[in-house]
Write a protein that binds this ligand. Structure first.
Ligand code: MG
Length: 257
């Protein structure tokens, strides 16, 4: 199983009622559960710890769009990071070198610019990133989500910053996260065992999670505890349409796909 986090398992780190038990039931039925999130800012270890805090052990089972972006970077490359700690962590893990880019020297010798949700983003950083791209650096976005949901409403997502860097640099970015092919390839590699026939992608956003299921070639299960409201019409194929994760697991465990 592939399962989104925000709007499915939790909202702002608070467990959605029934989700913890639902994950436990999936695992008890013999299915592996891998969590796939476009959250690139947080460290993987912090996301695993936050899941453990609500009762889900997930060490080694969290895939992020930062990890997907890093899968497109080669060892030894110098990477200007416009993103949170999760991006620098992922880039370092593949043997590349994060460049701070705190001054003009940061644009020198940069091979790749990676853009995610970057809370310290500034006009100065945009200038350095654009200069690096015009000097030949590749542009990779962790994701292109325009907004990010919070309990008080949407805030600009990494996609909004990526758009600024893309326009200023004059290039079209490669986007790593859901629903794009690099994340699909990463998920397939992590799951290895079962083919798409036995997989289901569970998510709350048809435009990313649903299209991601299509990219992998597996059914999409939609829950209505996140950005898609109960009763709201959605586009694209939906194999299971349920109120929440617990209801999806009812279908899967009791004879669904
Ligand atoms: Mg979500």
């Amino acid at each position: 199983m592939l399962c989104d986090l925000d709007g499915v398992v939790w909202l702002a780190g608070q467990a959605i009622p029934g989700s913890v038990e639902a994950v436990a039931r999936l695992r008890a039925s013999g299915r592996r559960v891998v969590f796939v999130t476009n959250n690139s800012a947080a460290l993987v270890g912090d996301q695993e710890a936050a899941l453990a805090a609500i009762g889900i052990e997930a060490v080694g089972d969290v895939l992020t769009s930062a990890g997907s972006a890093a899968s497109l970077v080669r060892p030894g490359e110098r990477v200007l990071v416009c993103g949170g700690p999760g991006v620098a962590e992922a880039v370092t893990a593949v043997g590349a070198v994060p460049v701070a880019g705190d001054d003009d020297a940061g644009a020198v010798g940069v091979d790749v610019v990676v853009v995610g949700l970057h809370r310290e983003f500034s006009y100065a950083r945009l200038t350095i990133a654009a200069a690096a791209i015009r000097a030949g650096a590749r542009l990779i976005g962790t994701n292109d989500d325009a907004t990010y949901p919070t309990p008080t409403g949407p805030i600009p997502g990494g996609g909004s910053l990526l758009a600024a860097v893309s326009v200023a640099g004059g290039v079209t970015p490669v986007v790593a996260g859901k629903p794009f092919p690099p994340m699909a390839a990463l998920a397939r590699r992590r799951l290895q065992g079962p083919g798409p026939d036995s997989l289901v992608m569970i998510g709350d956003r048809p435009s990313t999670d649903g299209r991601f299921a299509s990219a992998i070639g597996c059914p999409f299960a939609l829950v209505r505890t996140g950005v898609t409201a109960p009763g709201e019409a959605v586009a694209g194929p939906v194999a299971i349409d349920a109120p929440d994760l617990a209801a999806v697991v009812d279908v899967i465990v009791e004879g669904g796909p």
